[in-house]
Design a protein around this ligand. Structure first.
Ligand code: SAM
Length: 304
């Protein structure tokens, strides 16, 4: 069995399922998500041996149209006053992100940032026009490159933080390859995000958008607050003082819903709810927030 290992998870999943008629019907909107999910659970996993359980199940959350999805997500944010407007130029987004993708080098890495999640972050940056955006757990820079593709009127600092020097080297290589305009500056910090944010490192002062995507070890040897995605809590706690009222938090992998009766997503959702107990409590105390039902789920919050 060939395990898929590099590039975007979306292109790998989409290619692996291209010959499955039910996937094609589902993507065309001819099959409802519950019927597709049942096929995934009963036959799909066995019939597409190049995909693992996560990958094939995530395909059931793919939006049919990326740009319609972004428009709805922006409207959702505007409705609860997280964003001041929901304007979105789909053609500009499409061409900027296509250019970004053509220049992006995945090397030996695989990213689970899905196309609608790249387009959503691009759109949020375009609307908010932040001066400083910080990525805690930037990995090899794919989501940061999507944010950097958005036009900036007043100039923007993109601060990437990751504890892993190899991922960061790849992120630097990729951001440099983008050939960013002169009013876009980048910084690459290899360290523990909590320690840097708590100091705070000069680069992590006065953040307008904080993007959370770190992942702690899954091992029981690690204290629960630092395990897997629970690490968002200490990362947000340490960054809170440098987020002014109105600043945004954008967090990846926040799935709190199950579209169908899928056992896979029921368990995943419960697992996330448990991991995010303290993170969500901190969010509720200090922010207004909403969760966008993208493939991997994105929480967007605005500081009160
Ligand atoms: C695997 S990525 C998340 C993947 C991302 N969702 C994607 O598919 O593109 C998580 C990153 O968090 C980083 N990380 C883990 N603990 C960290 C910490 N304490 N401080 C900074 N970065 C950390 C890891 O090195 C890794 O690059």
């Amino acid at each position: 069995m060939t395990e898929i290992s590099t590039g975007t998870a979306f292109s790998k999943i989409d290619a692996a399922l291209a010959l499955s008629p039910l996937y094609t019907e589902f993507r065309l909107g001819l099959l409802d998500v519950a019927t597709y999910q049942r096929w995934v659970e009963n036959e799909g996993l066995a019939s597409v041996p190049t995909l693992n359980e996560d990958q094939i199940n995530l395909s059931a959350r793919f939006p049919r149209n990326k740009h319609d999805f972004v428009r709805r997500a922006l409207a959702q944010c505007r409705a609860v006053d997280i964003l001041p407007d929901d304007s979105y130029d789909a053609d500009a987004s499409e061409s900027a992100l296509k250019r970004m993708d053509e220049r992006f080098d995945h090397g030996r890495y695989l990213t689970y940032i899905f196309p609608e999640e790249s387009a959503l972050l691009y759109a949020v940056v375009n609307i908010v026009q932040p001066r400083r955006i910080a990525f805690l757990g930037s990995y090899y820079g794919y989501w940061a490159a999507a944010a950097a593709a958005a036009p900036s009127k007043q100039g923007i600092d993109l601060i990437l933080v990751d504890i892993d020097p190899d991922s960061m080297e790849m992120a630097r290589h990729n951001l440099e390859k983008q050939g960013l305009s002169d009013n876009k500056a980048t910084a690459f910090l290899v360290d523990d995000a909590e320690a840097l944010a708590a100091a705070p490192a000069p680069e992590l002062r006065e953040i307008d958008i904080l993007v959370l995507d770190a992942e702690g070890p899954k091992s029981d040897d690690v204290p629960p607050d630092y395990r897997d995605k629970a690490i968002y809590y200490p990362h947000l706690r340490a960054s809170l003082a440098e987020l002014q009222p109105g600043a945004l938090v954008v967090a990846h992998n926040v799935i709190l819903s199950n579209f169908t009766t899928s056992a896979y997503f029921e368990e995943k959702q419960q697992n996330y709810r448990q991991q995010y107990t303290k993170f969500l409590a901190l969010i509720r105390e200090n922010f207004v927030y909403t969760v966008i039902d993208s493939t991997e789920g994105v929480l967007i919050a605005r500081k009160l």
